[in-house]
Design a protein around this ligand. Structure first.
Ligand code: NDP
Length: 330
C-alpha cells in the first residue's frame, strides 16, 4: 500500500510517497481503510524530530507520519467485539495515518455517526478533543469569565473560540492577518487582535477593565508566552499547549509569583483522552454540537495523499484557516 514516510528528520521535503507492507490487525486491533488523514501541527514536530526522545510520541525511523484519521473498518483482530467491518470510525494519537490503511487499537477508535463527513470527523479528533479538554476540563470556562486564545483562526483555535462562547465566556483571539480577524469575530470572539501588528497584552488589559483574563490558551509558545502571562488577572491560569513559533526554553518559578500568583501548566492531549470512555465522551459531545449546527467545522482544504509536502508547507507558512486533510478514499 502507499504511505507517506520519512527516512530522516527534516523539512517538508523529507517526506516521500513509499510502497510499504499492508499492516495486519493483532488482538484488540482493527484494520481501517482511510478516507482522510488529518494534518496537525504535531506532524510537523514529528517530522522535524522534536519529539524523537518523547516517551509518548517517540518512534524509530523510517516512520509513516500522521496522528489522526477517519475511515471504514475492514477487518478486526482476535477478541474484538465492539467494532466490526463496515463501521465508520475516527481516531487520533496513533501514528501511521498518512497511508491507505492503518491498524488502530480499538480502544482508540470512536464511532462516527452517519451525517458527519469524514473530514469533519477527523477535525474533531486531535484538534477537536484538544479544544474540548482545554475549555471543559483543564480550565472549565464559566459564564462571564474572560479567555485569550492565540492562533484563534487555526484548527484548534476556531473550535476553542466557539466552545468558549458556548460555555458563555468572553473570548479574545489573536490572529496573523485581517481576514483571519474577520473570521474569528464571525465565530463569536469579542475582539480579534492582530498580534503581528499590535501588542496584545495592553489591549487585553484594557478590554477587561485593567484586570486581565482568567485564562490564556497559548499554542504559539516562544513568541507570546511572557506577554500571555502578563495578560492574566491575579491567580489566573496560563496554559502553554503548543510551540508553533518555537519551544519555550524555561520559566522561572518566581515569574509566576510576580505575574500575580498565576498558575502555569503544559498539558498533553494524551492525558485528557487516556481512557476509551473519556475519548468517546469528548467525541460524542463534539459530534452532537456539529450536528445541531452549534459548532462550525472549517475544512480549509483537502489534498491528495501525495501532496503531504504541500500540506505541511501551507501549515507552516501560516496560510491555513481550520482543518487540512489528505483525501485518501471517498
Ligand atoms: P494551527 O492551525 O493553529 O496552525 C498554527 C498557527 O499558529 C498558524 O496558522 C499561525 O496562525 C500560528 N503561528 C504563530 N506563530 C507561528 C509561527 N512562527 N509559525 C507558524 N505558525 C505560527 O495548528 P493546529 O490547530 O494543528 O495546532 C495548534 C497548536 O496546538 C500547535 O502548536 C499544536 O502543537 C498545539 N496542540 C497541542 C496539543 C496539546 O494537547 N498540547 C494538542 C493539539 C495541538 P496566525 O497566522 O494566525 O498567527
Amino acid at each position: 500500500m502507499k504511505a507517506i514516510t520519512i527516512d530522516a528528520y527534516g523539512d517538508a521535503s523529507a517526506m516521500r510517497l513509499a510502497e510499504v507492507p499492508e499492516p495486519e490487525p493483532g488482538p484488540g486491533e482493527a484494520l481501517v481503510r482511510l478516507a482522510v488523514a488529518g494534518i496537525n501541527y504535531i506532524d510537523v514536530y514529528m517530522r522535524k524530530g522534536i519529539y524523537k526522545n518523547s516517551r509518548t510520541y517517540g518512534a524509530p525511523l523510517p516512520m509513516t507520519l500522521g496522528m489522526e484519521g477517519a475511515g471504514v473498518v475492514e477487518a478486526v483482530g482476535e477478541g474484538v467485539t465492539d467494532v466490526k467491518p463496515g463501521d465508520r470510525v475516527a481516531w487520533c494519537l496513533v501514528r501511521g495515518s498518512y497511508a491507505e490503511r492503518a491498524v488502530v487499537p480499538v480502544d482508540k477508535l470512536v464511532p462516527v455517526p452517519d451525517g458527519v463527513p469524514f473530514a469533519v470527523a477527523a477535525a474533531l479528533q486531535l484538534q477537536g478533543a484538544t479544544a474540548h479538554y482545554l475549555s471543559h476540563s483543564l480550565f472549565p470556562l464559566q459564564p462571564g469569565q474572560a479567555c485569550l486564545v492565540h492562533a484563534a483562526a487555526g484548527g484548534v483555535g476556531q473550535l476553542l473560540v466557539q466552545l468558549g462562547r458556548i460555555r458563555g465566556a468572553r473570548v479574545f483571539g489573536t490572529v496573523g492577518s485581517r481576514d483571519k480577524a474577520e473570521l474569528v469575530e464571525g465565530l463569536g470572539a469579542e475582539r480579534a487582535i492582530l498580534y503581528r501588528e499590535e501588542d496584545f497584552q495592553p489591549i487585553v488589559r484594557d478590554l477587561t477593565g485593567g484586570e486581565g483574563v482568567h485564562v490564556v490558551y497559548d499554542s504559539v509558545g516562544k513568541d507570546t508566552i511572557h506577554r500571555s502571562m502578563a495578560s492574566l488577572r491575579r491567580r489566573g491560569t496560563c496554559v502553554l499547549f503548543g510551540a508553533s513559533s518555537g519551544p519555550v526554553p524555561s520559566i522561572e518559578p518566581i515569574e509566576l509569583a510576580e505575574a500575580g500568583s498565576i498558575f502555569f501548566t503544559r498539558p498533553h492531549l494524551a492525558d485528557y483522552i487516556a481512557t476509551a470512555d473519556e475519548r468517546r465522551a469528548r467525541a460524542s459531545d463534539l459530534f452532537a454540537a456539529y450536528r445541531t449546527g452549534n459548532l462550525h467545522v472549517a475544512i480549509d482544504r483537502e489534498l491528495p495523499l501525495d501532496a503531504a509536502v504541500e500540506a505541511h508547507g501551507v501549515m507552516e507558512s501560516r496560510a491555513t484557516r481550520g482543518k487540512v486533510v489528505l483525501r485518501i478514499a471517498s
